[in-house]
Design a protein around this ligand. Sequence first.
Ligand SMILES: Nc1ncnc2c1ncn2[C@@H]1O[C@H](COP(=O)(O)OP(=O)(O)OP(=O)(O)O)[C@@H](O)[C@H]1O
Ligand SMILES: [Mg+2]
Length: 560
Amino acid sequence: MTQVHEDGLGPAPRLGLLVAGSAAEGLSARLDPHVPIEDVRLGKFVKITGQKYEYFCLVTDVQLDAANADVLRDPPGDPSTVDSFLRQVLNGTTTYATLKLKPELMLANPATDVILDASDLVPRPARTIPPHFSNVSEATAADFERVFGRDDGQTHFQIGQPIDMDVPVCLDLRRFVERSNGIFGKSGTGKSFLTRLILCGVIRAQQAVNLIFDMHSEYGWSAKNEEGTEVKGLSQLFGGRVAVYTLDMESSRGRGVRPAGEIKIALRELSVGDIALLQDELKLHRTAVESAALCEDKLGDDWAARLLGMSGDELQEFAGAEGGNHASLAALRSKLRMIDRLPFVERTLAHSTLDELIARLERGHHVVLEFGRQRSMLAYILAANVITRRLHDLWVSKTEHYWNTKDESDRPRPLMITIEEAHKFLNADAAHQTTFGTIARELRKFYVTLLVVDQRPSGIDAEVLSQIGTRITCQLNDDRDIDAIFTGVSGGPHLRSVLATLDSREQALVLGHAVPMPMMVRTRKYDPTFYAAVASATSDAPAALAARARRYEEIFGADV
Ligand SMILES: Nc1ncnc2c1ncn2[C@@H]1O[C@H](COP(=O)(O)OP(=O)(O)OP(=O)(O)O)[C@@H](O)[C@H]1O
Ligand SMILES: [Mg+2]
């Protein structure tokens, strides 16, 4: 691993000199002979020092080159013989290595005496290229901080370190919560761990209120890592600020969790959209959705319970009177029984714990909804869709109210909804029917965004994917999934080769809205050191507020 120049003041280790390239195709640098080629990884973050600007680039390829083709026709022999000396003589003169670099950002060169605009002092996309023979060097810790910011517990959160250095790489949380985001990767690559890390960052910084649909019961209370050791859940780290609700009280209690409540869903919450979404899960015929629409139209909100309650004759009569297809209505009714049999679905509900859950979110608490043994896709899709629809409707009306009053205290709190197996809700068919699809397409107009976690990004509708602000991608093997990740990303082909070098676990490529440039990271360890960091920052927050209040009191007197 590279030694870091902690203060960033010393000269960064030189890697080579810029020799060729173009703004469109990327740049080429000749590697200095003393730099071992085997130390240069794809995805490495390097800096080119131009006259006016510094350019931050990713290494996208490394090539072996020779100045004289004859040497390749008559190469030196076995390295164990005297020819190793010949290799050394040739290295750097006749044979050399070329780095392919993709400039991502440019920033004023602190050493320049040219007067630049204020806008040059913040990183912006590279639109020019540096001149011939500019110095190419490793980025220092200070360079990383200039580009990615510093983990301050509020606006920036360290998500990991570069693959070959020990310096923080941060997400800008303010930008992160502005758009819907995705965490992708094949099974076992670390998606759930990454999701937990990022949720900790967002909760600690209070950048958004979170609702997490926790299909595998691994976010709220403890989960196990691959070695079988327990890791902490969000409610253990954040205490009362994160409430766990459950669809399966017995399972949650059995795991030692004390949920804030058990969620039951009334049949009257079921809409035609839910039926359409559950078409695959319930193996429904196409006409079933039309039949459901007819029932909703004629029987009102309680259509599902009323349909289930009809006798054979009543159904026949209803079909005849309303012009429905009897066979299709009967089939729909028999499939509705599968929903009716779910333990958390009730025909009538006296008291709605769902209202309680929603009220908590409105108060700014975070909620994890555990599914316990209710892990069937039917249960997951139904519960997540019904609850999200309610929340979205509420946030839309809050936003409209805020637009009317323009009073800052009416501005809704940003709400982030975390959903695993996202392609089930956001595939090309479903994305146009579900609230999840609507949320993804609306950006954050109504202050609701998604954190989608998925193994199969190619299963997500292309339009939805193009709205995903920040993509955090662990290893993927399927070409279609890789294509999906780079949909609409400039420089996609360069980044493909970088993505291909990720290890099978705990490494990710981060790109998009919350980072100024794409970056490969080793994900931050989710372990006791991390818990301590979160706890200290969390307990610091009230202390910092109290200190600020005391300071105001000193200045303005106790009344303020
Ligand atoms: N940041 C991390 N800190 C500590 N351990 C990690 C981290 N990321 C991944 N791991 C290890 O890798 C294992 C797999 O990670 P995880 O469960 O997050 O994978 P996943 O991508 O969610 O898999 P699946 O798709 O099957 O749900 C974990 O059990 C843990 O041992
Ligand atoms: Mg997982």
